[in-house]
Design a protein around this ligand. Structure first.
Ligand code: TYM
Length: 338
């Protein structure tokens, strides 16, 4: 049976990249998995958020609002276990153990650390460097079989597999299951609206670079109208998009929203300019996000209910995670009860 696990950092807003790259797949999987008798665990990665300074009040607020955004997007707490990572101490416990399994050389290869630490590598927190090990713990602790994520998390999942393999070999156990990343065929990497070479991201200082779940119809339309493009009309087929990253990105977003491929979108818009394409795209984005953001405003009116949902999810997650951590401790020869 399937065990699906994935997380999102509770910083800033849920954006179109998160939605199309990951969250939509969480939602699509949850029914299928429940039908087959499997389980889904989705969490707010608040322990990951503190690898860089986060205002404590804002972090606490963001955990709740990101939980609301996930529910609004279709994560159903009755079907999936939804919680925040900090509420399940087993994540941090296994994270430490796996820090002792992972090799510095493996982490030195992680491209996201290089991007996030930038020129100030010596001044980055140890947590930012070790972050992918905690991520490995996040999935291994539930013995996850499938991890729905965007393209940028692929390397972290490969690391999780390496860590699981080494732990299982070193301690002669089959405790950890090798997780399979599930990366969407289209929309695995949605790019910034301002720069076709940078991914759409919560941390981009320009809000014009991304479409947030909470943007209203006018804002979405304006952001797409102002999105960077070239002057050429749309080509007849996807090959014609090579070397045109901004055009490729917008066509990819359209294709993902319409649940089709770029070829299909181009068959419809071939020869047309962005003056015609952009309003059609904006309409499709508004159609998708409108109902989600309406549900979100409703959910945010009842923070008590969100807290209850997260508390219930945390209890279920603890029950699943703690026995695995107990076996991990025992495998290492660590004694917890005397
Ligand atoms: P985070 O919070 O950066 O992103 C959440 C999910 O959204 C995907 N994503 C994108 N997909 C397509 N295009 C984009 N522009 C884009 N931006 C983000 C990400 O791939 C991700 O699936 N380290 C993770 C959180 C995490 C996690 C885990 C994920 C912690 N532990 C265990 C899976 C399993 C992160 O920072 O995602």
């Amino acid at each position: 049976t399937k065990r699906v696990v994935s997380g999102i950092q509770p910083t800033g807003n849920l954006h179109l990249g998160n939605y199309l790259g990951a969250i939509r797949n969480w939602v699509r999987m949850q029914d299928e998995v429940a039908r087959e008798g499997g389980e889904c665990f989705f969490f707010l990665a608040d322990l990951h958020a503190i690898t860089v300074y986060n205002d404590p009040k804002e972090l606490a607020r963001n955990v709740r609002s990101m939980a609301a955004a996930l529910i609004a997007a279709g994560v159903d707490p009755a079907k999936s276990t939804l919680f925040n990572q900090a509420a399940v101490s087993a994540h941090a416990e296994l994270g430490w153990i796996l820090n002792c399994t992972a090799r510095i050389g493996w982490l030195n290869r992680m491209t996201q650390f290089k991007e996030k630490s930038g020129k100030n590598r010596e001044g980055a927190s140890i947590g930012l460097f070790a972050y992918p090990v905690l991520q490995a713990a996040d999935v291994l602790i539930y013995r996850a079989t499938h991890v729905p994520v965007g393209e940028d998390q692929k390397q972290h999942l490969e690391l999780a597999r390496d860590i699981a393999t080494k732990f299982n070999t070193d301690y002669e156990t089959e405790l950890f299951v090798l997780p399979e990343p599930m990366i969407p065929a289209s929309a695995a990497r949605i790019m910034s609206l301002r720069d076709g070479s940078a991914k759409m991201s919560k941390s981009d200082p320009s809000d014009m670079s991304r479409i947030n779940l909470t943007d209203d119809a006018d804002t979405i339309t304006a952001k797409i109208r102002k999105a960077k493009t070239d002057a050429d009309p749309l080509p007849a087929n996807p090959a014609g998009l090579e070397g045109r990253p901004e055009a490729k990105n917008l066509v990819g977003i359209y294709a993902a929203l319409a649940d089709t491929g770029a070829a299909d979108v181009l068959a419809r818009f071939e020869g047309q300019g962005f003056g015609a394409f952009k309003p059609a795209l904006a309409e499709l984005v508004v159609e998708t996000l409108g109902p989600i953001s309406a549900r979100l405003s409703e959910l945010e009116r009842d923070p008590g209910e969100l807290d209850r949902i997260l508390a219930h999810g945390a209890a279920k997650a603890r029950a699943a995670a703690e026995p695995v951590v107990a076996v991990a401790y025992a495998s290492l020869g660590l004694t917890r009860e005397t």
